[in-house]
Design a protein around this ligand. Structure first.
Ligand code: SF4
Ligand code: SF4
Length: 148
C-alpha cells in the first residue's frame, strides 16, 4: 500500500487528494471508491488513508464527501494542472467560463478556466467542477469564485 503521492505517481495521471483534518465519525468515502483505494484504519473516527497504487483519479468519491474534503488533481498536462472540486452552489459554472482560484484561506491566487462540469443527478446538490490552474498552484487552489 502506497499512502504517499510520489513524484512518479503524479506523472502517471490524476490522483485523489483528501483534506479531512478532523477526527469525526464519518466514512462515505470508503464505500464510494470502486477500487478500494480509501480506507479508515481502526476506529471510524480515524482519518482516511489513500492507497495511491489503487487510485485511478476517477472522481467518483468527490461528491460523496459531506465535508467537501475530496479533490482530484491531474498534473499530466504540460503547461498547466487540472483540479476537480465538489461544487454545491447555483448557478453552476459552464465549460469555458473563467473564475478566480481561491486557496485554503479563501484568498484569490489566480485565474482559472473551467474545463469540465459533471452535474451528477444522483448527487443533485453537488456537482464536480474541473478547472485549469498554473502548475505551481496544483496543491493550493481549493475553490473557485465565479464572476458576477
Ligand atoms: S478518485 Fe476514484 S479511485 Fe481515487 S480514491 Fe476517489 S473513487 Fe477511488
Ligand atoms: S467522507 Fe469526507 S469527511 Fe468523511 S471521512 Fe471521508 S473524506 Fe473525511
Amino acid at each position: 500500500m502506497n499512502t504517499e503521492v510520489s513524484t512518479e505517481r503524479r506523472k502517471k495521471g490524476p490522483y485523489v487528494v483528501i483534506e479531512c483534518p478532523e477526527k469525526i465519525p464519518c466514512d462515505p468515502c470508503v464505500d464510494a471508491c470502486p477500487n478500494e483505494a480509501i480506507s479508515i484504519p481502526g476506529s471510524i473516527i480515524e482519518l482516511p488513508e489513500i492507497d495511491y497504487d489503487k487510485c485511478t483519479g476517477c472522481l467518483v468519491c468527490i461528491p460523496r464527501c459531506p465535508g467537501l474534503a475530496i479533490f482530484v488533481v491531474d498534473e499530466t498536462p504540460k503547461d498547466h494542472s487540472i483540479i476537480y472540486i465538489p461544487y454545491e452552489m447555483l448557478p453552476r459554472p459552464k465549460k469555458g467560463d473563467t473564475a478566480k482560484g481561491l486557496d485554503r484561506e479563501g484568498k484569490e491566487r489566480c485565474e482559472v478556466e473551467i474545463i469540465k462540469v459533471i452535474d451528477a443527478k444522483k448527487f443533485d446538490r453537488c456537482a464536480i467542477v474541473g478547472f485549469s490552474v498554473p502548475r505551481d498552484l496544483a496543491q493550493e487552489i481549493k475553490a473557485i469564485k465565479l464572476r458576477e
